[in-house]
Design a protein around this ligand. Structure first.
Ligand SMILES: [Zn+2]
Length: 135
């Protein structure tokens, strides 16, 4: 992750894209006379277009793994509740819990497949200006 460089003034075009390095909003800049875009947040995290895309791809993968972790937690708690009901003869219907348990497992598998089938583009190109990532 790029380190913050310097606080910025209010120049640049504010985007609706969140900074991968903090919770700030990114502003979009043209870098010099070339076609390169820079994205900079208020605290100074700076990205080229391709480095921002890569950072967002990484954030997306992290979010999907977090979702899988949550599914596993819900699955464990669902199983524990079903066990408690069974072992203690509790007067609680288990059809809904059984159905949700199957659904949770299927949904987690779908997300895992999404992660495994994701094709990350190779964004390293000649002429990509790495200066935006340097202090
Ligand atoms: Zn930031």
């Amino acid at each position: 992750m790029p380190q913050p460089t310097r606080p910025l003034s209010s120049d640049g075009q504010v985007t609706e894209i969140g900074c991968p390095g903090c919770s700030g909003v990114l502003s979009q800049w043209m870098d010099g006379d070339g076609p390169h875009l820079r994205f900079v947040c208020k605290v100074g995290h700076a990205y080229t277009l391709s480095s921002l895309l890569q950072a967002k791809e990484a954030q997306l993968e992290d979010a999907l793994w977090s979702a899988i972790s949550l599914f596993q937690h819900v699955e464990m708690l669902d199983e524990l509740l079903l066990k408690q009901i069974d072992e203690n003869g509790l007067p609680i219907g288990t059809e809904g819990l059984d159905a949700r348990l199957q659904q949770i497992r299927a949904q987690a598998a779908l997300i895992r497949t999404m992660i495994e089938e994701t094709v990350s583009p190779d964004l390293e190109q000649e002429g990509d200006d790495p200066r935006a990532d340097s202090p």
